[in-house]
Design a protein around this ligand. Structure first.
Ligand SMILES: Cc1cc2nc3c(=O)[nH]c(=O)nc-3n(C[C@H](O)[C@H](O)[C@H](O)COP(=O)(O)OP(=O)(O)OC[C@H]3O[C@@H](n4cnc5c(N)ncnc54)[C@H](O)[C@@H]3O)c2cc1C
Ligand code: FES
Length: 242
């Protein structure tokens, strides 16, 4: 499906927010992702959906290699080919009344749409976001504009709690019956062992087809091998063999 870039703006160090619109109605849920096709590159780039528009999506991406650098140079009015919506998303319905959302770096992006879904269902939401340094912080203002508490942890202590998201959670002591997390693997492993409540974790794997055919993104779970692109990327904490 062809999407036109509405804006493509730097929002933090090496981090961009891109608004993409098409000429059809779009229906997505939090935790799902898109695959962006790029001229001259065989493999598409998977990026989580951060917010949905009636006719489009908003994504946040970090420039880490050739593909994301190419996208960062694209201008308003240029077009991108997207496959969407891909994967199974978060399950906000599983939260009884109070949710804790834990994002690490660019992994904070898919939690924004999740926060909106939880609020629409009348649930209370607390957000904890972790970054290395102040200049990497993104999405804080967007979460705050939803009127929910947002706690930041930075490794260098330049903003919020000094240390990991788990340090901020210890400090804040939020009440919650279910947590949802997305971020670097070591962070999610630390979160999983620190929190006894049930939770959902969004995984990242290198992808081939991105659509469930090649099994290139398989991970072992308590229920056997599962494809991150089609069975995930969101998995229940209990299903992961960490
Ligand atoms: C389900 C999912 C959701 C993601 N959501 C986001 C997001 O919201 N924002 C964001 O900035 N990044 C996200 N990523 C990571 C993003 O896909 C990679 O950073 C990106 O593909 C790198 O492309 P590149 O060409 O710049 O880097 P290169 O290293 O040049 O890419 C080479 C190849 O490796 C793949 N690749 C590289 N890094 C990753 C990675 N970490 N995960 C999966 N494939 C990778 C690329 O897709 C490409 O096929 C997500 C990954 C997955 C699997
Ligand atoms: S990337 Fe091909 S099955 Fe997941």
């Amino acid at each position: 499906m062809t999407f036109t870039i509405g804006s493509n703006t730097p929002v933090a160090r090496d981090t961009f927010r891109i608004v993409l619109r098409t000429d059809a109605e779009i229906s997505v849920r939090s935790g799902q992702f898109v695959e962006i096709g790029l001229d001259g590159y065989y493999l598409r780039r998977p990026i989580s959906i951060s917010d949905s528009l009636p006719d489009g999506v908003i994504l946040y991406y970090k420039v880490v290699g050739e593909g994301t650098r190419l996208i960062s140079r694209m201008k308003e009015g240029e077009t991108l080919e997207l496959l969407l919506p891909l994967g199974k998303g978060f399950n906000p319905e599983a939260c009884a009344s109070k949710a804790l959302l834990i994002g690490g770096g660019i992994g904070s992006a898919p939690l924004y749409l999740l926060a909106k879904e939880l609020l629409n269902q009348g649930k209370e939401v607390t957000v904890v976001l972790g970054f290395n340094k102040a200049d990497e912080i993104c999405l804080r203002d967007e979460f705050q504009s939803l009127g929910i508490p947002v706690h930041i942890a930075t490794m260098d202590g330049s903003v919020g709690t000094k240390g990991f998201v788990t340090d901020a959670i210890d400090q804040v002591g939020p009440e919650f019956d279910r947590f949802y997390t997305c971020g670097p693997l070591p962070m999610m492993k630390a979160v999983r062992s620190a929190l006894s409540a049930p939770g959902e974790m969004s995984l990242e794997e290198r992808m081939g087809c991105g659509a469930g055919f090649c099994y290139g993104c398989s991970v072992q779970t308590t229920k056997g091998p599962k494809r991150v692109c089609a069975d995930g990327p969101v998995f229940d904490k209990e299903d992961l063999l960490w």
